[in-house]
Design a protein around this ligand. Structure first.
Ligand SMILES: NC(=O)c1ccc[n+]([C@@H]2O[C@H](COP(=O)([O-])OP(=O)(O)OC[C@H]3O[C@@H](n4cnc5c(N)ncnc54)[C@H](OP(=O)(O)O)[C@@H]3O)[C@@H](O)[C@H]2O)c1
Length: 253
């Protein structure tokens, strides 16, 4: 059984990544969809009657969730052709004004869960499999007022690049995807809806459908980083060249 596993599949970019994977990966017949809201995952089944969709309701900030996933893999022994680590959240705030728990949850979900899910799934991945890790343009430079979030996404970027090198001999590609702002539930959760952050309001917002399609295409092409559109591709180059102290005058949210 060839499967795709998508975390954060109950909303936003995650749903679009499922749609893009179904379109671009005809050999995958089954998808395991992970998120906390089971009803949302179940509702997706009607959209793809030709595929087997399995709702796997898990809170990825909880340690036992990784064991549940491991048990499922051990029981079914699938070939994981595609793993998409998409579940993530951020908080727009001054670091010291928000409770410790909210700050640490970003690390638990964006870094710890992504690492744990990858580690759990890798033994079931083979030549030609791909891992897609959702990072962010926030990984390119430190982002004051999204201090923890940008740091978690820099981790995702670095983790993905290093793991890609490690897995090259096995023929498994790892892609880091770096979206700009997208109008999903993320903005409400992070507290950066319109009017809350000058930077978020000014930046071009990206279409999650196009972002997901570009991500899956780039993963299948064996790319290492995926950024969409001339504005953010130029920013990615600029961020490599400019000193961080200058960049941060513009990245402050
Ligand atoms: N939107 C943006 O502006 C933007 C920009 C750059 C990068 N990104 C990144 O893109 C990815 C997708 O974000 P999005 O914009 O699609 O956000 P979203 O609409 O808020 O979706 C987040 C997904 O993560 C899941 N999730 C949240 N907490 C979870 C937990 N504890 N356990 C399991 N699943 C959990 C949510 O499902 P449940 O609530 O059902 O658990 C949901 O499916 C994230 O990694 C985000 O950092 C977003």
């Amino acid at each position: 059984m060839k499967i795709g596993i998508i975390t954060g599949a109950s909303a936003g970019l995650g749903i679009e990544l499922l749609r893009a994977a179904v379109k671009r990966c005809p050999d995958i017949d089954t998808y395991w969809l992970i998120a906390r809201r089971k009803d949302r995952l179940e509702a997706l089944k009607t959209e793809f009657p030709e595929k087997t969709l399995r709702a796997v309701p898990l809170d990825l900030t909880k340690e036992e969730s990784f064991n549940t996933l491991l048990d499922l893999l051990k029981a079914e022994k699938p070939e994981v052709k595609l793993l998409v680590n998409n579940a993530g959240m951020g908080k727009l705030c001054d670091f010291d004004t928000v409770d410790r728990e909210s700050q640490l949850t970003q690390i638990d979900l964006n870094c710890r869960a992504l690492t744990a899910v990858t580690h759990t799934c890798l033994p079931y991945m083979t030549k030609g499999s791909a891992v897609i890790n959702i990072s962010s343009i926030a990984s390119f430079a430190p982002t004051p007022r999204m201090t923890v979030y940008c740091s978690t996404k820099a981790y995702v970027q670095s983790f993905s690049r290093a793991l890609r090198e490690e897995l090259k001999p096995k023929g498994i590609n790892v892609l880091a995807v770096c979206p700009g702002p997208m109008d999903t539930e993320f903005l409400g959760v992070a507290g950066c809806e319109k009017g809350k952050s000058r930077t978020f309001d000014m930046l071009p917002h990206q279409n999650p459908t196009k972002m997901a399609d570009t991500a899956v295409r780039d993963a299948l092409r064996g790319k290492s980083v995926s950024t969409m559109g001339p504005f953010y591709n130029f920013y990615r180059i600029l961020a490599h060249i400019l000193p961080k102290c200058i960049l941060m005058k513009f990245t402050r949210c």
